[in-house]
Write a new protein. Structure first.
Length: 216
């Protein structure tokens, strides 16, 4: 039905956390009309569940926390879901844009507050394959296509906002470089028999990524 790969920079915590999440997702079977949940399938990102501390976004800034890097897997699942043509139920983008992800087509997850869920409305059972290397993660949806093709059409950046400068004093503080905030809309276009049969618009608002320096 679809397959998507997200590359990432090599780092020991990413290799561990992304690899562990992919291992837990691999082999998922989603029956017709069943809803699949990232948090339910992967579980809490704890050391007991095989995850280590890494870098993640908290309150608009990078911090160290267990399970950092798992959003790469969520983004990969989101795009596999997008191009498979199945129905999104719950998803949320990062608070600010991360350059290695497609604008408006990415997802993050947080235990207890934000999940990534989709409903299998294809009419047939769906099987999920997930595999990771030290620098990429790939998610493949196997099943029966409901549409001949699903395409993405991204609009321009609007409502562009400049970043600010902040100082972080937390022991978990991580420095970060600036990036503008913006709004973007992505159309999900469903094609059957050579004709567009449906179009959905997904809108995302990214806040500016402020410059953060760490110190007292």
């Amino acid at each position: 039905m679809s397959s998507f790969t997200v590359p990432f920079e090599r780092a020991p915590y990413r290799t561990t956390n992304i690899g562990r999440a992919a291992e837990l997702i691999n082999g998922s079977v989603v029956m017709p009309d069943e809803t699949w949940s990232f948090n339910q399938r992967v579980g809490e990102r704890t050391k007991e569940n095989g995850f280590v501390d890494g870098i993640m976004i908290n309150n608009g800034r990078y911090e160290k926390a267990a399970g950092g890097g798992v959003s790469a897997v969520a983004t990969t699942v989101f795009n596999a879901m997008f191009f498979a043509g199945v129905k999104p139920v719950e998803y949320g983008a990062h608070s600010f844009y991360i350059e290695r992800y497609p604008e408006g087509r990415e997802a993050t997850v947080a235990w207890g507050s934000l999940d990534l869920r989709f409903a299998n409305d294809s009419g047939r059972a769906l099987y999920i394959q997930a595999e990771a290397t030290d620098t990429s993660v790939t998610v493949t949806f196997l099943g029966t296509k409901k549409y001949d093709e699903v395409k993405a059409e991204k609009g321009p950046r609007t409502n562009v906002k400049p970043p600010a400068t902040r100082t972080g004093t937390s022991p978990a503080c991580e420095p970060q470089s600036p990036l503008e905030g913006f709004d973007v809309a992505v159309d999900r276009i469903f094609v059957k028999g050579g004709q567009e049969v449906k179009r959905e618009t997904m809108k995302t608002r990214y806040t500016p990524r402020d410059t953060v320096t760490c110190g007292s």
